[in-house]
Design a binder for this molecule. Structure first.
Ligand SMILES: [Zn+2]
Ligand SMILES: [Zn+2]
Length: 344
């Protein structure tokens, strides 16, 4: 029994039965991934900030190795100086001196993911409200083949286009969003998924959808579908995959080189009726109700404003990007109103 099979079986109450029924790698891999994303293991903010810093240093080193001097320089400058608006216990807003906008930069992809959330969440909430649909998170996957990242992405996107042209799909879905996720399997083959937020018109037998996906891909019926209870959480879950390979810390120079070749590839998009809906959508006050806890809400905050979490006044703290994880640690452990002074 390999490790993936073991983890998948342990995470299911009926583990042993599932284990004996399932075929080897693709199923168990997907089960594990989906299970993992649903348990939503949360890192602390300081751990997240530290990981982002390490990932960036790793990427910058790879860039230097590839003689991508300009990229290395941009990565090093990105978020290197910060203006942090804080009450001492909470961080309301972080304004970086510079953003590199490189797709794999963890700080910039986090900002991009927030932008996507502020852009699409109001439209999604309104779509759910005005159309008779429910939202589902659908993960589509394909067989692993010897191909590069670009070919792998094209293959799954083409399959998805074929799926959308089929009568079954049109009968049951009213569009949604898609995003690409890249990982590699243990043999180094690309494992590319599509994460879809689909707006479902009515229920159907999942086996029928598997058959449809098999018809569209020619060789894969592996997918997973879960209802989305809260659209804000569902969207956050999906956009975090946008151009953010989970194996980035294990990226080698070759991987980075390959990624640089993908410059113009789209990683996120809308489709079907939802796409048309977005084009003409203007958020009304009601539709925006569900948008909370997004950085966009804090955009207007300045020094002296009340902290959105505790109402204490905010002040502006300047620090280097390297100091941020430690500052998060301090806010995580500091008692109310006590503000560290070592950061000035
Ligand atoms: Zn960046
Ligand atoms: Zn506060």
């Amino acid at each position: 029994m390999n490790q993936l099979t073991l983890s998948a079986s342990l995470s299911l109450p009926d583990g042993s039965r599932r284990l004996s029924q399932s075929s080897p790698s693709p199923h168990t891999y997907l089960d594990k991934r989906v299970t993992k994303s649903q348990t939503n293991r949360r890192r602390t903010r300081s751990q997240g900030a530290r990981e982002r810093l390490n990932t960036k240093e790793h990427l910058a080193r790879l860039a230097v190795g590839l003689r991508e001097v300009e990229l290395a320089d941009k990565l090093q400058r990105c978020h290197s100086r910060l203006s942090v608006l804080t009450c001492g216990r909470h961080i309301a807003r972080i304004i970086p001196n510079f953003t590199c906008e490189f797709r794999l930069c963890p700080d910039c992809s986090r900002r991009r993911s927030r932008r996507l959330q502020s852009k699409y969440l109001p439209a999604m909430s309104a779509f759910l409200l005005h159309r008779r649909v429910t939202a589902v998170h659908l993960v589509l996957t394909q067989t692993h083949q010897k191909e590069n990242r670009k070919q792998s992405a094209k293959r799954i996107k083409d399959s998805f286009t074929r799926l959308q042209r089929r009568g079954f799909w049109q009968k049951h879905f009213k569009g949604g969003t898609w995003s690409l996720e890249f990982t590699k399997d243990k043999n180094g083959l690309h494992h590319t998924h599509l994460h879809i937020i689909g707006f479902r018109r009515k229920f159907f037998d999942i086996e029928l959808l598997r058959g449809e996906w098999l018809a569209a891909t020619g060789d894969s019926h592996v997918l997973n579908l879960k209802p989305i209870e809260d659209i804000a959480t569902g969207l956050r879950e999906v956009v975090k995959y946008v151009s953010k390979p989970l194996d980035i810390r294990r990226f080698g120079a070759e991987d980075l080189k390959e990624f640089l070749g993908l410059k113009n590839m789209r990683m996120f998009g809308t489709f079907g009726e939802f796409r048309d809906f977005c084009k003409g959508f203007v958020p009304s006050d009601n539709d925006g109700d569900e948008v909370t806890d997004l950085e966009s809400l804090n955009r207007d905050l300045v020094e002296g404003c009340a902290c959105p979490k505790c109402n204490e006044p905010l002040f502006d703290l300047r620090m280097s990007g390297k100091e941020l994880p430690q500052f998060y640690e301090q806010t995580e452990s500091s008692p109310p109103r006590k503000v560290g002074t070592s950061w000035n």
